[in-house]
Design a binder for this molecule. Structure first.
Ligand code: CAA
Length: 384
């Protein structure tokens, strides 16, 4: 693998960095305090192509390679994990899944509008009583004349209440177990699915997390994504994509923790010198630097495999697991370095810590990643 970025990769990273510094980071604290969804930011990202980075130009995107997609996602994550989450769902879970599994007509119908931000997408897999064991979905899809009737509830759905397009997974044939799960794309304008925003979250307060309510929602068969019974594989493939972007975003959080810690430690004095001159503070910073760089390399390796079209589930899970945990440790170290100030939102590190926590939960918990990695290592299935 060549570790030198190409001029195009450097240029798109700079574009994302400049945008993140100017448009995203400055308002992050206020949005977090007020739980304000970053609608205006999305509107500014669309003309730059940042809502459809890896989507080919013919479908409205800018055709970035996966490594570039990670570079952009890291920069957005460095500024604000709530914005990054919104984008990860929009791009990695929704757009790339439609790109991979949609018919030509479906791609033309939805992708350009998603890339322009005219449609905000969400990914409806998790349910109130089904999280890690995603094969056991209770939401049902009943065949009826030329379409389907969907019934059930989806929980913790990022972008749910602000969405006007939902990629939803439902059980079409319970006798088939996970091979009955089927994927559908719902448009709120015509399918009129319900949603209820969830409040009181520890972090990601300015991103939207919602419950989706499907009460006999009629969906035409032309909105089915993939074949009947392909839904579970579609969801898993989507998560291979989503976990990659969570990992890249977590690297961004860890990098932000380093930046904030160095800025603070080189100006704050104790015992007659900047605290950065104390060995135990340097240890905290050095640990953050090492783990952040290791996490970034794991993300790049997964991206390299994706760019080459090679299997990457194992490498993506490794990157997601390590980067999520490293970001949390970095945020914890950053608070330690800031002392009492780190405990208040006068400095951003407490938000980094709160926001980093969910990376270890969503898109497959740390424990699920370990079971996937352990299964690859041993050949023994410890999941079911
Ligand atoms: N790509 C393609 N297919 C895959 C796959 C992948 N990565 N992983 C599994 N599959 C296929 C398997 O090949 C298998 O196919 P066959 O039936 O044809 O043999 C089928 O799917 C079943 O796979 P498993 O035997 O691996 O299923 P399992 O039950 O042992 O384990 C699991 C599955 C890994 C635990 C999975 O259920 C999982 O990842 N759970 C976590 C769910 C999750 O991440 N939820 C996050 C929700 S999304 C979210 O957070 C949204 C948000 O808004 C932020």
């Amino acid at each position: 693998m060549d570790f030198d970025l190409t001029p195009e990769q450097l240029s798109v990273r700079k574009l994302a960095k400049d945008f993140a510094d100017k448009e995203i980071a400055p308002g992050a604290r206020e949005r977090d305090r007020n739980e304000t969804f970053p609608k205006d930011i999305l509107a500014k990202m669309a003309p730059l192509g940042l809502l459809g980075g890896p989507v080919p130009e013919k479908y409205g995107g800018i055709g970035l390679d996966y490594l570039s997609h990670a570079l952009v996602t890291e920069e957005i994550g460095r500024a604000d994990s709530s914005v990054r989450t919104t984008l990860s769902v929009q791009i990695s879970l929704v757009e790339l899944t439609i790109l991979k599994f949609g018919t030509e007509e479906q791609k033309q119908r939805w992708l350009p509008r998603l890339c322009k931000g005219e449609l905000i997408g969400c990914f409806g897999l998790t349910e109130p009583e089904v999280g890690s064991d995603a094969t056991k979905l209770r939401a049902s899809a009943r065949r009826e004349s030329d379409g389907w009737v969907l019934r059930g509830r989806k929980m913790w759905i990022s972008n749910g209440s602000v969405s006007n397009l939902a990629l939803v997974f439902a059980q079409a044939d319970p006798t088939e177990g996970h091979k009955g799960i089927t994927a559908f794309v719902l448009e709120r304008a015509t399918q009129n699915y319900g949603s209820q925003a969830l409040h009181g979250k520890l972090g990601l307060r300015s991103s939207d997390s919602s419950e989706l309510i499907l009460e006999d929602v009629c969906v035409p068969d032309k909105n089915r994504l993939g074949e009947v019974g392909d839904g579970f594989k579609i969801a898993m493939t989507a998560l291979d994509s989503g976990r990659y972007s969570v990992a890249a975003g977590a690297v961004g959080v860890a990098e932000a923790c380093i930046d904030a810690s160095i800025a603070y430690a080189t100006t704050r004095h104790a015992f007659g010198k900047p605290i950065a001159g104390h060995q135990l503070v340097q240890e905290l910073i050095a640990d953050m630097v090492v783990e952040t760089e290791a996490a970034r390399l794991l993300v790049w390796r997964a991206g390299d495999l994706k760019d080459k079209g090679k299997p990457n589930t194992r490498e993506t899970s490794i990157a997601k697991l390590y980067a999520s945990e490293a970001a949390q440790r970095a945020a914890d170290n950053a608070i330690q370095i800031h002392g009492g100030y780190g405990f208040s939102d006068e400095f951003p590190v407490e938000r980094y810590w709160r926001d980093a926590r969910v990376n270890r939960l969503y898109e497959g918990t740390t424990q699920i990643q370990k079971l996937i990695i352990g299964r690859f290592a041993t050949g023994i299935d410890a999941i079911a």
